[in-house]
Design a protein around this ligand. Structure first.
Ligand SMILES: [Zn+2]
Length: 362
């Protein structure tokens, strides 16, 4: 296969399936062995898919994921979306989530913690905290004349809903896996099995949120459409996904982020575009990625193109990885911040420091 220049540059680094780039437990390694067997025997089958924008023109920038599983990552030349292609068929994907996802991914979020109970508790507390933050961010937008209705799609234990419940909201959650429901239900949350359509029975919501769900979905556009149907007029949506323009923040760079279960790697631009096509307008967001949306008066809007930024960014992270390896990153970061803040700010900082010191002495 002939690869263009950017592809070749990246594949020199990301082309070795079989070698995990993160620490793994023995049960994870067993899960991976089983996964590879199922792929070889054809039990898990794969299909080629075009990008969400409809284009098939792309650069392959990686052949493996962080678990060492064979995973091709393609950067769309039209809209700048990074996607997994080929990906498991929907049937195989469901099988994978039921059979091996838990085994392979269980300890991945924190390599230090190899105790599953501790990990579950840690995740619960993390979600609870995230929910508290989210409530503070959105509370001014929620209706005050009645109890606001809040939906969490892909809710896990429902911990993120607790802050909303305490504030008097009506809270509902859905998830495909029900194993974590018990704890949330004990707290009095209504949690149901299924995707976002399972929440239709609870009426229209004032606020819907999804945290780290969109990147797993084979048809994220359809999910946005369904959510539009769930939201009442003036309703709000919050979506959080791992941001592809944040690859440089980890020492392993892109390798830390690539996972065979992530079918799409969004930037704020590509996520916003997808939401726009379902009639959402963004009013706040960051490259984490986190995006706050509200319903637009128009049903659908044309797509913008975000190709150049991801392309240049991928070149940039390659450069940052070299800096990590050569331990030159701190020097580079110092120079970067200096250039960014500008000499003027620096002088003001130093001046402020001298004044404070004089005051303290006085
Ligand atoms: Zn595209």
């Amino acid at each position: 296969m002939q690869y263009p220049l950017l592809s070749r540059l990246f594949l020199s680094r990301y082309r070795t399936p079989g070698t995990p780039s993160i620490g793994m437990s023995s049960s994870q390694l067993k899960g991976i062995e089983e996964y590879n067997k199922k792929c070889e025997s054809g039990e898990y089958s794969f299909e080629r898919v075009p990008c969400l924008c409809g284009s098939s023109k792309s650069y392959c920038v990686g052949l493996a994921c962080r678990y060492g599983l064979s995973t091709e990552s393609h950067l769309c030349l039209k809209c700048g979306m990074l996607r997994t292609d080929p990906r498991p068929t929907e049937e195989s994907l469901n099988k994978f989530y039921k059979e091996l996802y838990g085994t392979i991914y269980e300890f991945a979020a924190d390599q230090e913690v190899f105790d599953s109970e501790l990990r579950v508790e840690q995740r619960y507390q993390e979600q609870k905290k995230r929910g508290e933050w989210l409530y503070q961010e959105i509370k001014s937008k929620l209706p005050t004349d009645r109890a606001p209705k809040v939906f969490d799609i892909g809710c896990n234990s429902g911990a993120a809903l607790l802050a909303f419940k305490e504030a008097g909201c009506e809270c509902f959650g859905c998830d495909l896996g029900v194993s974590s429901f018990e704890r949330g239900r004990k707290e009095g949350l209504t949690l149901v099995e299924g995707d976002e359509t399972a929440l239709k029975q609870f009426g229209t919501a004032d606020f819907v949120f999804l945290s780290h769900v969109m990147e797993h979905l084979p048809h994220p556009g359809a999910t946005f459409n369904n959510i539009r149907g769930l939201l009442g007029d003036g309703g709000h949506l919050y979506v959080e996904v791992p941001g592809m323009l944040r690859f440089h923040t980890r020492a392993q760079g892109m390798m830390q982020y690539l996972q065979n279960a992530h079918l799409y790697h969004f930037s704020l631009g590509t996520l916003t575009d997808l939401a726009r096509q379902s009639g959402f307008v963004r009013y706040k967001g960051s490259q984490l990625v986190s995006g706050f949306f509200t319903k637009d008066s128009k049903n659908t809007l044309p797509v913008c193109r975000h190709y150049l930024r991801p392309y240049l960014y991928l070149l940039y992270i390659f450069f940052v990885e070299i800096l990590y390896k050569t331990r030159l990153l701190p020097a580079f970061m110092a120079a970067y911040f200096f250039a960014r803040r500008g000499v003027r700010h620096m002088i003001w900082d130093i001046w402020g420091f001298i004044v404070r010191k004089k005051k303290n002495q006085g």
